[in-house]
Ligand binder design. Structure first.
Ligand code: TMO
Length: 316
């Protein structure tokens, strides 16, 4: 907190009214940095909002699954982009255990799924149906997967259970994980420029929809029980015999000790609410405009000042 001694009384009044109440700890709020653009930009946005209210923050590169265990152990304080499709299982488990609080459901609705660029439809009629895709599997093969098709999945820590889906639905595909989000987009770009079929992991909101025409594969509809009850769905012996949720949630989870350690920051956190457009813009600033994440965060803050100042609460 940048407060001069001579104005201590006034400063205390200001602090009390701005959320960073005297009960709040001086400990930094620990924010993870993951491996996709909107999350990284958003981490710096959330951190800047806390800093504006007088809090210290610390950014820590973190695996996007392990982070939920880390929150339970008090080693991480907030995950501001909990995607239902990728992290719902890990998140809901720690919420049930009581060591993580389900603090916010953003307005943003999400989908994470197998996806293909539009030109693929000419070669594989019947898309986006998954059985049509499966009938065309061989055209998606690479030397390493032949004669099976290649599904280019995201980095392993997004834990999409694609191999379980392939097995559960009896698909003629092999899952190959890309090392990074950038590798996914590079392969998409290369395939498109050669006009070659490709099916890969993508999600929305994301910058991709502003640059490429394409569609998600339609798998058997996701439903409660698909992920943990083998008897659910078309394969009575397998879990994951369904697609990812459509209209999935995007949430904020915090460490259970957060409200006590930083009551003012917890109030602010509960006001944060990102829309589909916010998340898409965060990824666009980084992935299309090529801005550094901190600069992209500053751009978003400049463009949305009234909103986030409102999140700081009355009196600031
Ligand atoms: C978690 N992600 C948005 C990359 O699917």
């Amino acid at each position: 907190m940048r407060i001069m001694k001579g104005v201590a009384a006034a400063a205390v009044a200001l602090i009390l009214s701005s959320g960073a109440a005297s009960a709040d700890s001086d400990e930094p709020i620990k924010i993870p940095i993951h491996n996709w653009s909107s999350q990284i930009v958003g981490a710096y946005i959330v951190g800047a909002i806390y800093e504006e209210a007088g809090y210290e923050v610390e950014y820590i590169p973190a695996d996007s699954q392990v982070v939920y265990t880390s929150m339970c152990e008090g080693d991480m304080d907030i995950v501001h982009e909990v995607w239902q499709g990728a992290f719902g299982v890990a998140f809901e488990k720690v919420v049930d255990e009581g060591c993580v609080i389900d603090a916010v459901t953003h307005d943003a609705k999400t989908r994470e799924e197998w996806w293909y660029p539009a030109y693929v439809e000419e070669a594989c009629p019947g898309l986006p149906d998954w059985e049509a895709l499966n009938a065309c599997a061989e055209m998606f093969s690479t030397p390493e997967t032949e004669p099976r098709g290649r599904f280019l999945a995201g980095p392993v820590d997004w834990l999409k259970h694609d191999q379980e889906r392939v097995d559960g639905l009896g698909m003629n595909f092999e899952v190959v994980n890309a090392g990074s989000a950038a590798a996914l987009w590079a392969e998409l770009d290369a395939a498109q420029s050669r006009g070659e079929p490709i099916v890969l992991f993508n999600w929305t909101p994301n910058f991709i929809e502003a640059v490429y025409d394409g569609k998600f594969i339609e798998f058997p509809e996701y439903g409660e029980g698909c992920l943990d009850d083998p008897s659910w769905g078309m394969n009575p012996d397998a879990t994951y015999d369904c697609g990812n949720p459509k209209g999935g949630y995007l949430k904020i989870g915090v460490w259970e000790g957060f409200p006590e350690q930083w009551p003012g920051a917890y109030e602010i956190t509960q006001n944060i609410n990102f829309s589909n457009l916010d998340i898409a813009v965060m990824s666009k600033l980084a992935d299309i405009d090529g801005m550094e994440p901190e600069d992209a965060a500053q751009q978003w803050l400049d463009d949305n000042e009234d909103r986030w100042r409102g999140w700081l609460g009355a009196g600031s």
